[in-house]
Design a protein around this ligand. Structure first.
Ligand code: PLP
Length: 422
């Protein structure tokens, strides 16, 4: 993959968005630890505000032309935020991007910026619990209607959800998560974009198609290239990659990102300078981390699938139906490193196994350098009623793994000794 300038993502990940000349030649970006910015003159202060509020065609913006980017106050924007956003936009192949203090801040700001009372939202299923809660328990309280589909490869299934939703109110956002966890369900993004356009002709307004790209990340999937309007990523996971910070991002057209940033300023949900700096550093190693995690995941999943105490492994790389294989070849450049495994047995067997692990760590979250494992029924999905949980593929014997960067033989040896306890 490469951008308009012909540079590959691996190269853009290293230094895009930072010009050493803007930082007194420092090879790495300074951390701009400041809440406010000092103006050269009263006139410059006026020009900067004019540019911020009236846009690039204003008189103030014309007077500032050719000068370094001007800032007002940290919540509205700051240099480290600009660097992170430039790099994320380049990796996602977007005109612009907005960075937030968590993935949920990115999701909630995006939805509140784009959805109005009376509108309908359609989403793929299963999807991230926080987004589910926000749409079904919060947005519905503001008069928003929510609908979903389960089979993201079936035109009929997606169309049925869109028709049902449009009958209730105009569909303003279609929210997709692909691949989904723990089912490894896939959504054909280009198919959804085509159906959204057709619905747009009928309802007089084209729904915005947004994709949660957290599980694969920018190196393995480019939703905007498939025609989606927005690409959302919990940067907390693979992009930050070390389980030591929270951040979120949304990429898309300059116009949509401007609308989302306007609400971000009011919510105060921007990413701070220190965290933005850490994230810039993390982006540099994202390509090698992604490749290594994917290699490890394939080895671990293959080992687990063959183990006599395992009932099954739900891993994107094992999807073998022709439609799924064709979509993966067209839409994805890898199959990620988060998947689930079902042990023979239930909670007791899982707990005995988990408590014997020495190298794998027992924790929620994913995408870090270390391999994490959790028992969703009693942790991430604790509050979900058992029937709903089972409908989304999680029973008492299900475990979720996020494979990290350790030596795969050590991970397999650890799993092997712990499986003896099952
Ligand atoms: C973690 C996660 C989020 C939320 O991100 P936070 O940074 O934890 O707020 C959203 N979507 C998916 C798929 C996630 O895994």
């Amino acid at each position: 993959m490469s951008d308009k300038t012909g540079l590959h993502l691996e190269t853009l990940a290293i230094s895009h968005g930072y010009d050493p000349q803007s930082g007194q030649g420092a090879a790495k970006p300074p951390i701009y630890a400041t809440s406010t910015f000092v103006y050269r003159s009263a006139q410059q202060a006026k020009d900067i505000h004019e540019q911020f509020f009236d846009g690039p065609d204003s008189e103030g913006a014309k007077r500032l032309a050719g000068e370094p980017e001007a800032y007002i106050y940290g919540r509205l924007g700051h240099p480290n935020l600009t660097m992170v956003e430039a790099r994320l936009a380049a990796l996602d192949g977007a005109e612009d991007a907005a960075a937030f203090n968590s993935g949920m801040a990115a999701i909630s700001t995006t939805l509140f910026a784009l959805v109005r009372p009376g509108d309908s939202i359609v989403h793929s299923r299963p999807f991230y619990g926080g987004a589910d809660n926000l749409i079904h328990n919060v947005l519905t309280g503001f008069g928003v209607n929510a609908f979903s589909f389960l089979d993201g490869l079936s035109e009929a299934s997606i169309q049925a959800a869109l028709d049902e939703a449009a009958a209730k109110g105009p569909v303003s956002v279609i929210w997709l998560e692909t691949p989904a966890n723990p089912t490894a369900a896939l959504v054909d993004i280009a198919l959804v974009v085509r159906l959204a356009k057709a619905l747009g002709e009928r309802q007089g307004r084209t729904p915005i198609v947004a994709v949660d790209n957290t599980f694969l990340g920018p190196l393995l999937q480019s939703p905007l290239a498939e025609g989606a309007d927005l690409c959302m990523t919990s940067l907390t996971k693979y992009c930050a990659g070390h389980s030591d910070l929270l951040a979120g991002g949304v990429s898309g057209s300059a116009e949509l990102i401007k609308t989302i940033k306007a609400l971000r300023t009011l919510k105060g949900a921007h990413l701070d300078a220190q965290t933005a700096w850490l994230l810039l550093r993390s982006f540099e190693t994202l390509p090698v981390r992604t490749a290594r995690a994917c290699d490890n995941a394939l080895k671990i999943a293959t080992y687990l699938r063959a183990h006599p105490k395992v009932r099954g492994v739900t891993y994107v790389g094992f999807r073998d139906e022709p439609e799924a294989v064709a979509l993966l070849a067209r839409q994805c450049r890898g199959t990620g490193s988060t998947f689930s495994v079902r042990l023979k047995g239930g909670e007791a067997e899982c707990f005995r196994f988990l408590d014997r692990l020495r190298v794998l760590r027992l924790a929620v979250s994913l995408g870090g350098t270390e391999t994490l494992i959790c028992h969703p029924a009693t942790t991430t999905h604790y509050a979900v009623p058992a029937a709903d949980r089972e409908a989304s593929g999680i029973d008492d014997g299900t475990l979720r793994l996020s494979v990290g960067l350790e030596h795969p033989d050590d991970l397999i040896a650890d799993l092997d000794q712990a499986l003896e306890a099952v």
